[in-house]
Design a binder for this molecule. Structure first.
Ligand SMILES: [Zn+2]
Length: 290
């Protein structure tokens, strides 16, 4: 089975040149789980995914924008549309100006959706780690993916013990604390991310391209004491486990991605793009839950 790089948390809508970012993702064959921050960024990300099977757009309200939600039920149409939810969560550091009660109201509403639909959700926890852990207890069927955790190790241990996946990204290169957290994370719970395009630059680096994921996987491999190719395979395997077990019928653009995950591309080589996918469906039904 081929194994691809997987960027499980990137903000493609934030790239100034969407077509250039999309082109690079295609060229490097990076499966990109593209987080949004609000409704407008979700729609922009969906637009990017229309003709790019490597991009999986996901809907979420970032804690920074939780104050912009007028009515919680306005979110339903987008929540129902999105096969994975993200980015959501709490932030008592960078976005402490948004009242905690407002952040929690939105986070709780979306977690309830994830619990009822048994969805994966990519969660931001900055300086609110204990509260996130506590709130997640009330939604046991939601499937958290903890993104860029850098809080206390004892709370992280509890998250790992509950079986949550966690993403590690460009910060592995810069932070001893995060390398310690990575050391304690079982390999089967590790995912990779870039949090592009802003994070690497914010940390003092220069590379904000999608292919930054290559270095991230190298950094993770080094900390775990394994080769880069083994590390990529492990992370791809973990990601694939999530992506082929999504609980809802993904929209058409997402469905196209699954042909890649399921190795149909070998089977369909030589056919034009559309035919490749319909041929794959006809000959071998996808082992997906719908
Ligand atoms: Zn993010």
């Amino acid at each position: 089975m081929p194994s691809y790089y997987v960027d499980f948390h990137t903000h493609l809508h934030s790239y100034p040149d969407h077509s250039q970012a999309g082109k690079e993702i295609r060229e490097h064959k990076i499966i990109s789980v593209a987080a949004s921050m609000d409704i407008a960024s979700y729609l922009a990300t969906k637009e990017m995914a229309k003709d790019n099977p490597w991009i999986i757009p996901t809907f979420g309200i970032h804690p920074k924008y939780s104050g912009s939600v007028v009515s919680l039920s306005d979110l339903d149409i987008y929540l129902n549309d999105s096969p994975i939810i993200g980015e959501i969560g709490l932030d008592e550091c960078w976005h402490a100006d948004v009242p905690q009660s407002v952040q929690e109201k939105v986070f709780e509403y979306i977690l309830d959706h994830c619990h009822r639909k048994r969805k994966y959700c990519v969660i931001h926890t900055k300086d609110a780690e204990a509260r996130v852990l506590e709130m997640l207890k009330n939604f046991p069927d939601a499937k958290p993916i903890i993104h860029w955790y850098d809080g206390p190790a004892d709370i992280f241990r509890k998250m790992l013990d509950r079986g949550y996946y966690t993403t590690f990204g460009c910060q592995v290169k810069y932070s001893d604390h995060i390398r310690e957290l990575l050391k304690m994370t079982p390999k089967e719970q590790i995912l990779s991310e870039t949090d592009n395009p802003d994070s690497e630059k914010w940390l003092g680096g220069t590379d904000d391209s999608p292919s930054l994921i290559h270095r991230v996987v190298r950094d993770i491999a080094e900390v775990k004491g394994i080769s880069e190719s083994v590390c990529r395979k492990i992370i791809y395997g973990n990601s694939r486990e999530i992506l082929v077990n999504l609980p809802i019928n993904p929209p058409k653009y997402t469905y196209q991605c699954f042909c890649f995950f399921l190795s149909h591309q070998q089977h369909c080589q030589g056919l034009p793009y559309q035919a490749r996918h319909s041929q794959a469906l006809k000959d071998r039904p996808l082992p997906l839950p719908w």
